[in-house]
Design a protein. Sequence first.
Length: 176
Amino acid sequence: MVFLRGRNPESVVWPRFRKTVDGFAVRAVDALLEVRVATSADRAVDLFHALLEDLSPAVSLSIDDYRSGAKWKGEGVALPDVRDAVARLKLPLATNAGAEISVYTDDDQVTLTSLLGVHLYSRTERWIYLLRGKGLVERPRVPERSWRLGRGEFPSAPDMTLVLRAAAERLSLGET
């Protein structure tokens, strides 16, 4: 017996019936608000890319490759260039994880953690409204991942290191 018919492929239909897990929790840390987002790996990478759009035209950026130990940093980088680089990294990041990318200004920071979590830091509540607009629900707290990997514990992924290095070179980031 078929309950669902139509042109939508299964990958488009099934999220309509699953329990919503996409959410975020907010806490005050000194003069900043920290927002932690809980979502799937694919959605985290897409959300990270989308949230970058709301930063100023010139940003600072750091990339930390947990596999190779390489770190790159740059200041005054054009936001469209950063968004283009992150768009190119979406698939490798969602597939392999293991890299932390932080994009920040004087007032805001958007970070994709090595375990594909999205963390936001700000002096204002603006991210709360933006996340609500993207369909995420505010919760008292978001669940921690039941697993963790530290530096050097990620499985080998030479292609990931190569694409991170290529992105750093395209953005003219300095190795630290």
